[in-house]
Design a protein around this ligand. Sequence first.
Ligand SMILES: Nc1ncnc2c1ncn2[C@@H]1O[C@H](COP(=O)(O)OP(=O)(O)OP(=O)(O)O)[C@@H](O)[C@H]1O
Ligand SMILES: [Mg+2]
Length: 426
Amino acid sequence: MGIDPYRAKYAYGEDYGTRFFKYGILKEGRPRVTTSSGLFLEESFLLKHFGVEKKLVVGDEVSKYAASVSSLARNLVFPLSDGEVKRDDERAWNVIKELTRKGFEDFRGYVGSDFDGFYVTAAVSAIAPDYMYERLLKIHAEIDEKTRAVKAFTIIPQPLAVAIAEQETSCLVIESGHGNTQITPIRMYPIRDAIIALYRGGAEADAIAAEVLKDLGYGDLVSDEYAVRKFKEDAGLVPLDLDEAVKKAREDPSKLRTKVKLSALVEVDFEDKGWLRYLIGEVIFNPMHEIFDSYRKRGVLNIRDARLGEDVIEGALPLEDAIIRSTRKLRISIQNEVLSKIILSGGNFNWRAPENLKGMAVDVPTKVKSLLDKKLKGEVNVSVRLARDPQFSVWKGCVTWSFALPEDYRWSWERREGWFKRGADY
Ligand SMILES: Nc1ncnc2c1ncn2[C@@H]1O[C@H](COP(=O)(O)OP(=O)(O)OP(=O)(O)O)[C@@H](O)[C@H]1O
Ligand SMILES: [Mg+2]
């Protein structure tokens, strides 16, 4: 297969995340990132005075207006929750459409006179219902009608995108973003019956981080979502073993003490409560741990259950149990194989492990391997690695797919694969 220069230039990817929309062209090597949100502006003379005629602003532009909108709660929309857009939530779909349209618009300066539309691959959650596929197709067709930005369009599940980006045909992908964590065994295709989804992700770590801020006496910061996230990412630690790490940290608090600078004016000091940093990282792995009891009672960790076919997956199921549950649904002959090739991706797995806390605070692959080794008593040769650029590997898989999927491969609802094409499907 020869390289198609048009495709090389105009392959485009879209990763619809709960917190961040990643989009852009293969050639840039990295996606552009904007917040997955929209703000509906009510009519205002002041806005008109400053030349703002728009009714809806999306992405990072939202923060420009948010402070000046009185009824923020009513007008600010995060279209995805736990990786899904509700079927009848028209405002949410409007935000998705505007994010999508604006994405293409951002690349208007890049396209040449040969441009006849991008080859677009969008990624959605592995358990996204059919109506999300239908709606995304419709949105792209409508945008194309007005702008001729979309020559061909396809959709793939996020975990498959990771496998494509990592060039693995047989593996277990765990994709953990802000809103959900998807465990997906892959053998060429995702093995749909074995997918386990947990409706938790970075959002739960944010929730614990906010409580920690309160405990440290900085309760006034918790309504500032940016501050909470920055605090979480800077201070949070993933303990290899929570109980042991907390015990050690209490014996010698000095090692865990840190000051987190949130702005030139605001700095949070842990003093002798550095052990709380471990709670922020642990919650992703085991929200059922009794150390979180008091938070659960306060309703801080309300994780909904996922329904997959006949099964109900408790949202707080420990990660290693979820992995085992998924693997058990595979044929015996391939169980060991996928456990020996676990790939982690998503921003929520991007935790750093400081050198001076070696053996106590670890990176996520080390944590996951240790959890599984304990569970499987070392009987399986478990190997876990982090995708390159974990927050962007879904996007990378999308652009790779846009480039590689053969022109004559047409969309099939049965296989959920192939191109929708202008002139034929819209
Ligand atoms: N270095 C880091 N340490 C800890 N958390 C991080 C780090 N970098 C990003 N995150 C967290 O990752 C989350 C965003 O990841 P990502 O962009 O993969 O999510 P998403 O795609 O928007 O959501 P989803 O895939 O669940 O729909 C946020 O909660 C963010 O705070
Ligand atoms: Mg994501």
